[in-house]
Design a binder for this molecule. Sequence first.
Ligand code: GLC
Ligand code: GLC
Length: 640
Amino acid sequence: MNDWAQQAAELTITRLLPRLEPLLKDDAHREGFMRRLHMHLPRALWHLHRIYGDQFDFFYHLEQLLHTAASYHGERREALKQLDAQREADPLWFKREDAIGAVCYVDLFAGDLRRLHDKIDYFKSLKIRYLHLMPLFMTPEGNSDGGYAISDFRQVHPDLGTMDDLRELTDALRAENISVVLDFVFNHTSDEHIWARKALEGDPHYKRFFYMFPDRTIPDQYELNLREIFPEQAPGCFTYRAEVDQWVWTTFNNFQWDLNYGNPDVFNAMLGEMLFLANQGVEVLRLDAVAFIWKQMGTPCENLPQVHDIIRGLNAMVRIAAPAMLFKSEAIVHPDDVASYIDWDEAPISYNPTMMALLWEALATRQVGLLRHSMTKRYELPPDSAWVNYVRVHDDIGWSFADEDAAELGINGFDHRQFLNQFYTGRFDGSFASGLPFNYNPINRDMRISGMCASLAGLERAEESGDAEQIDHAIKRVILLYSVIIAAGGIPLIYLGDEIAMLNDYSYRDDPVKADDSRWVHRPRFDWERAAGRHDTATAQGRVFTAIRDLIDARRAHPAFSDHSTLFFDTQNESVLGFVRNHRAMILCNFSEQPQKLRRDVLAAYWNIPTATRDLLTGEAFKIPNLFTLAPYDFLWLAD
Ligand code: GLC
Ligand code: GLC
């Protein structure tokens, strides 16, 4: 940023003040708004100028943005303005040891928004602090990519309730100190969104909201460098629409139209949608498919530098109008690119897809080398940001580790992915997993994996065979993976259903709308009957639920678990993952079904072992012997 942006921002504010003031009314928080305007507008202006500066009406657009920010701030409810003040005073709440997250579908978990109220006690029993509700807005009938094709960002899907219900729910959750997280599906709209419908009518203003081409010439040139995201169900990246005789850019499904952020009207409109959601009480926006929002001929159109300018511009505007709201990036890309979005001024929180994929890799190989090596290189983030660590979500598992990291250990990334795909689809000899292939691409032989955590960890097969030891191992694998994400720095995210060891649901195959998308195998209706047995440790769900609950309690009880430092180290045992938290706790996890030996002197090299050590999970004193054994799939949390 430079003096130019500073001066231009000050001039703009002075010039616009008479028009902004009426919007802020007799707002008690007016001063806060003005303070933040002076603080963040130069930053917004700087980024916006980089992408829109060559447009003759640049300052006109800037004024519109300020108008948008001031009007939404003016409409923000008192309770949310108080929340703004609270979050400004304590911005890093998401880094504390009590930051426990969960994610669910409203319909599959509870039926609708109103009935979700009845489940608040369930969230409280797991000490959830951060709740991601899967997309709940208006979508086309039939296939809507699980809600990710949005027809109206301001209307809740009628099956789930109304905007009033959503507001009431966010209020009720906030009263329990649970922050609501929603998706911001901003790379595309559905083809039934009003903007798309107007474009289909030929309205030139709205045609510019999307990418539309009269023939295949330009699409063909772009496609030379584009990756196909859904090669099986939606091949190609463009869709022909006879209504207008045009080809529309559709990175994902053919009914998901990519928005054109080269058009500043789109930026402004989407800022409005964002602030509208903030005013419903949403505290975290998950920036869906963030990597794809800028296109440039001759590039893969992923992770381009302009994406960062857009997100930083949006971030600055949101800080002005609704500072309680945070961005989380969903970038399932090369680890270097994942990291590129993470910053207080961009997206302070981010999924950790590399750790997720490598946890499964370590379970398959019984070796933690690649996980340890990658995390040693890549875990650390800027101090005011955090990972969202997860084992499963609604999407497939892509093996998005860095080939360079693998090569450094003598592993060939391509071959290793082939192995992992074989393993998790159960085709590899000795595999315990029941996963399904997702979007096999015969050209590059890329493939991803669908499946519920417990099924991928072996519970489905083990229960079919009735082998007690296999069942025991499968349950331990689920708990082991959750122990890592709960102990690591950041927000652990529970994919609800995992905590009661739910298995794959194959019924999607009978539904023509879902049958070609295997991700539905891991999107089951929450099984409340199974959940009823969650306190009975004779059942799989009882063992997993109580273990996860105890891990959460142990994490919340010790300051070693705030997100300060997570240092991975070499335990000198290839099957045991080790990391030290905040220099105060040591975590050891055995990724194999064999007992593993560990040496105290090795551990002592990474942790200044306190005189009195405690096992945080039993609460008992644990004196670390010179040589000791970690049982199959067992783990230890040791601290002072
Ligand atoms: C995100 C969602 C995924 C969806 C895609 C397109 O990656 O997680 O489910 O298919 O975006 O919106
Ligand atoms: C979305 C899709 C997922 C894909 C990813 C690629 O997240 O849902 O399947 O792997 O995009 O970036």
